[in-house]
Design a protein around this ligand. Structure first.
Ligand code: ADP
Ligand code: MG
Length: 559
């Protein structure tokens, strides 16, 4: 630390470039500080540093971080603690950590192995204009930073940490429970599904929110290692239709299921909601580009003889985009589709009897989803949970029908079946070619060009945008990508695969397998900084990586 103080003294009031002299490693009394990258000027993105604490100085029970899911919970906890302390000590203008939100994701902000905890920070090195403020920098790096680490790491709230880790045990158990029963999801009684607002991920305040209660017919009780007995609704495999009046909580339920692929913190209201990990939200996304996707299970001959076995467009319609989103999700390995009428193309969902009378079958290329949803389940083993308030024709194809009534779920399967018997639907089931999802697209290297001018550019920008060379990938309809750090990681993963594995031989599915295998031990290797401070990545699923590749407009594939 003395060495750092002296160097800062020496470069005080010099031009900003002189900050380069403090690149390197400094030993403090309880940790080491690695200044990995120094920003070139005060307006560039901040410098990158790591604080490394040895476990032998800290003495935390290894049981709290050694196991896989506990390691995620532990590092998540440390990142939160450091983030909180940065705010508390009012250093948020110069020190940054990639602070988690409502979800508990595997992140690179904090990495913990047997020997050490590696905390990745970004730092704005202080300047007046372009002149180094050495004394300010000294205070920041040798007083403020150690004080923050002292509080957040060495004075960690052990009870809170243990609860955080215990919750992750319970969540892990719950996921295993759902998987063992080959079920789709579990929603605990007492869960708070609605959010504070449309742009706010925190729960609606307890006074206005109606807690979830499972209908008796779908209720199970699970025994969790820490929580104990927990009752909730288990959704089995099959086709599930959610009905109910407008504004009665249908979409809110579906959104909770979409997010159930992630673990949530205590107090979020969704801590005990889990959805099977391959669940994909499917929606219409008109305007998206499509490369070589076989949508013929849903869409037959188009006007002007456009092929739908190898469908290609710069500008998909509502129905063709929704069909594409399904086929691509299946190609990536999804076993559960989540669909909301609010974000669907009506003509993709249903064509009723009267319309069938008016428009001859040979003039309508679409086989609506209602005529495919059972094939999907029975032939492909892919389940669906679908919100439809608008048409009772879906009763014909449902295994269960759940009605949301003033935010409470009721099992109305029997009533729906009775209605089907009395009032048979006249609509004619449209039979298309057998469902085949065996398409195996092979991305070609020429589709991936990271160059922009003389340099390469690959990065995430907010939650919804990836810059890839001269291209922009729009992820705004990829709703299960929920964190900008995931988007950055997706960008890195696409670049990683493109540079190392896309060779015109491997299928998209194989590339996604490689991504999972190569990052099994962590996401650090995706970083361009070669192990030095890749501190702002969070793990994306294979489905979101596939979604990005599929939306790259320069993509070119062969089959
Ligand atoms: P639907 O899809 O049935 O039209 P939404 O799910 O969009 O209805 O919900 C309508 C409104 O009710 C939203 O503002 C939502 O936040 C709120 N809401 C949903 N579930 C609950 C609940 N359990 N308690 C209180 N408010 C809720
Ligand atoms: Mg709705």
């Amino acid at each position: 630390m003395q060495q750092l103080i002296q160097q800062l003294k020496r470069i005080d009031r010099k031009g900003y470039k002189a900050y380069n002299d403090i690149r390197g490693t400094f030993t403090f009394s309880s940790f080491r500080l690695h200044m990995d990258h120094i920003q070139a000027d005060p307006y560039a993105s901040p410098s990158r540093a790591r604080v490394v604490v040895q476990h032998r100085q800290l003495h935390i029970d290894p049981d709290l971080y050694e196991q896989g899911h506990r390691n995620v919970a532990f590092t998540d906890y440390v990142a939160r603690a450091v983030g909180k302390e940065i705010r508390k000590q009012n250093a948020q203008k110069s020190l940054f950590i990639d602070r988690p939100g409502q979800e508990i994701l595997e992140r690179t902000a904090v990495v913990c192995d047997r020997d050490k905890i590696d905390i990745r920070l970004s730092i704005h090195l202080p300047a007046r204009g372009r002149t180094i403020m050495g004394e300010e920098a000294r205070k920041l790096l040798t007083e403020k930073l150690p004080a923050i680490i002292e509080q957040a790491v060495f004075n960690m709230n052990m009870d809170e940490l243990r609860r955080h880790v215990a919750l992750s045990d319970d969540q892990e158990t719950l996921r295993a429970y759902v998987d063992d029963r080959e079920a789709l999801a579990f929603i605990a009684d007492g869960s708070i599904l609605p959010r504070a607002s449309g742009v706010e991920n925190r729960p609606l305040d307890p006074d206005s929110a109606i807690p979830f209660t499972s209908p008796e017919t779908m209720a199970v009780t699970v025994s969790l290692p820490h929580y104990g007995e927990l009752r909730g609704m288990l959704i089995p495999r099959g086709v599930h239709v959610i009905v109910g009046g407008g504004y009665h909580g249908k979409s809110t339920l579906l959104e909770a299921l979409e997010n159930g692929i992630y673990n949530h913190i205590d107090g979020d209201g969704r801590a005990y909601i889990v959805t099977t990990s391959s669940a994909c939200k499917i929606r219409a996304e008109d305007g998206r580009g499509v490369t070589d996707v076989n949508i013929s299970p849903f869409i037959g001959d188009l006007p002007n003889n456009k092929s739908t076995e190898r469908f290609q467009t710069e500008n998909a319609s509502g129905s063709t985009s929704q069909a594409t989103n399904i086929i691509e999700s299946l190609e990536a390995g999804s076993r559960l589709l989540l669909i909301d009428e609010d974000t669907s193309a009506t003509n993709f969902m249903i064509r009723d009897y009267r319309m069938q009378q008016l428009v001859a079958p040979d003039k309508e290329p679409i086989t609506p989803f209602i005529d495919r949803v059972r094939d999907l389940y029975e032939e492909e083993g892919v389940s669906t949970i679908i919100v439809v308030g608008g048409t009772g024709d879906y009763f014909d194809v449902a295994d269960t029908v759940t009605m949301m009534d003033e935010y409470r779920p009721f099992d109305v399967t029997d009533r729906a079946q009775a209605i089907v018997k009395i009032d048979e639907s006249q609509r004619i089931t449209h039979k298309a070619a057998p469902f085949t999802t065996k398409s195996r697209r092979i991305p070609e290297p020429k589709g991936f060009d990271a160059r922009r001018g003389k340099k390469e550019k690959v990065d995430g920008w907010g939650k919804n945008t990836i810059l890839y060379g001269r291209e922009t990938i729009d992820l705004s309809a990829v709703e299960q990508c929920i964190d900008p750090s995931q988007t950055r990681a997706i960008a890195r993963a696409v670049d990683f695969l493109a540079k190392k594995y896309v060779n015109g031989e491997r299928s998209l599915g194989e590339l996604l397998d490689i991504y999972e295998r190569e990052t099994a031990a962590g996401l650090d290797d995706l970083s361009p900084f070669k192990g030095k401070h890749p501190g702002d990545l969070a793990r994306p699923r294979r489905f979101e990586i596939a979604a990005a590749i599929n939306r790259l407009r320069t993509l070119s594939t062969r089959q």
